[in-house]
Design a protein. Structure first.
Length: 251
């Protein structure tokens, strides 16, 4: 009997030792990979911003270097449209859940109940260091989930150059076409505002010659509506409207 107990004890000891070693290895791997994961996430974000900035060709594979040279991240108080100072690691989507920054969204079809009072924006500089493009993070609901993207505007704060969606779960071949280069190309040169009001529209059988209309995605009405609601909200007075109307980047 004692021999059996001794054997059972050894078995349990070995199992516990193996579990402990495995736990240490897993924990060590997680810690070791965290920095790499953070680096990859930063490069992915920079890549999307570089695309919205129209600098992909100029980057020639050097995303980080191009971002460092041409892009400046700033932070905007959405209620005033003025630049503010916050921690350099500030994230407007995470801040929307913090009491300090959270603002309730009223009477909107954009798909979220709270947004941050402060937003990350990105100023694209030319070789002379002058602002040539403004990039605004935007998000809103599609058919299945939230869609996240970057809206790139000319320095006039009105002319659209790019709408780059980098995170979405729409149906491939339908709503997922928000990432199709041919559809993205339709945004170039369109106008957000007319006589001070948000005028951009996403609609079926759009007149391509109109400055204010983009043809809706075929077979993806709810996704197209989601894009419309996203832009209507973020270009409006509760979004980047005050920032764009003040043209704060010129002051």
């Amino acid at each position: 009997m004692s021999a059996k107990k001794e054997t059972l004890g050894k078995t349990i000891g070995v199992v516990l030792a193996v579990c402990l070693v495995c736990s240490i290895i897993v924990a060590g791997s997680a810690v070791g990979l965290r920095e790499l994961q953070n680096t990859n996430a930063a490069i992915d974000q920079q890549s999307n911003i570089i695309e919205a900035a129209g600098l992909i060709d100029k980057a020639n594979g050097d995303i980080a270097g191009t971002y460092e040279k041409y892009v400046e991240e700033r932070f905007v108080d959405l209620s005033t449209g003025q630049f503010v100072e916050v921690d350099k690691n500030f994230d407007m989507y995470k801040a929307a859940k913090e009491a300090k920054y959270s603002v309730k969204v009223e009477n909107s079809n954009v798909g979220f109940q709270y947004r941050s009072s402060v937003a990350n924006i990105f100023l694209v500089k030319d070789e002379a260091g002058e602002v040539s493009r403004i990039i605004l993070p935007v998000n809103g609901s599609g058919l299945w989930d939230m869609m996240y993207g970057y809206l790139a505007l000319d320095v006039d704060g009105n002319t659209v150059r790019e709408l780059v969606y980098y995170k979405q779960k729409e149906t491939p071949g339908l709503g997922g076409e928000v990432q199709n280069p041919s559809w993205k190309a339709k945004w170039n040169g369109k106008k957000l505002f007319k006589d001070g009001d948000v005028a951009i529209q996403v609609k079926k059988n759009a007149d391509s010659s109109s400055d204010y209309v983009v043809d809706a995605l075929s077979g993806a009405t709810l996704t197209s509506n989601g894009v419309q609601n996203t832009l209507s909200y973020w270009a409006g007075d509760n979004g980047y409207g005050p920032f764009l109307k003040n043209q704060t980047w010129k002051s």
